[in-house]
Design a protein around this ligand. Sequence first.
Ligand code: SF4
Length: 364
Amino acid sequence: MTTPQPLPLVDLKSLLPEELRALVRQLGQEEYRAGQLLSWIHGKGVEQVDQMSDLSRAFREQLKGVAWVSRLREVQRQVSPGDQAVKFLFELPTGERVESVLIIDGKRRTACLSSQVGCPLDCQFCATGRMGFLRNLSAAQITDQLLQLSRTLLAERGERMTNVVMMGMGEPLLNYEELVRALRLMRLEHGPAIGGRKVTVSTAGYVPGILRLAREDLNLGLAISLNATTDELRDEIMPINRKYPIAELLAAAAEYFSLRGRRVTFEYVLMAGVTDSDEDALRLADLTRGVPCKINLIPYNELGEGTPFRRPLSERVARFRQTLEAHTPMAVTLRESRGRDIAAACGQLYQAQERRRRSARAAG
Ligand code: SF4
């Protein structure tokens, strides 16, 4: 007779409602138990099965034998002096760290979430790119960032999260399955219930991911980090362009619009002497003419420490914007990086922490 092998523990935080229902049925329980689990985990933020007080003791014991609920450990929090951004650093059970930012802007409360630890795409102006790629986050780990930020917002300001942007560490479309699962979990009515128009996925231009996302029923906002108007420059500062050049990227953006009916946002980072000339503004207007879109200009958030890129003077930023607006029918906005004073470009808080850890180790 063979000894039955123990089942691997499943993380309940990553399960969609239909999967939870299947699990409770497998355990001989009624399906409504799945709803109770969802509201404990995504609504009340409870991770200990023993604290789920409306489940019978026998069911809790059964659950503990097959499942657990993960949680990221908050290791640092930084509030910007103007109170407009709160940056969180979370630690994974494996010891790596990721960042998330809560952005307060008018009536909007936006959670900016990470999808990977580090990033394989190596954009030359990005702090995360310099870390290299360490690992993909699980759907539970992506969702947990939102759950923890939402709880903090409710506890400290009595407010609810309104929006999610996938613009933290990593290229979300390279972690596609976990990303989409997390986006489905975030919109559950038991939790923060944020979905569709309130969620934006930002990509550096991974074309197969854009085309796939266009075919999901999620109806998300899509932001494309364009940042250059010639393939020559984009190849250099965003190496993904060598595989998916600007023309292919624009065609994918147009397809996203035609399938989803949503204008794409082109993000364009202004770097002094690199991307901020009048010629760039004119080319940007030309390139985006055929794609219903918004164009978001972002003056570069300087990283310091040996980076060759600089933030343009505000007169140059204004001139770029005027030139662009004069030549495009698309809406143009200028976004100041709200967390500039707390190192809010992706990967910067992580790097500051790592430097401190390294110097502490060296001093010790
Ligand atoms: S900008 Fe985004 S895609 Fe590029 S390296 Fe940084 S995290 Fe990765």
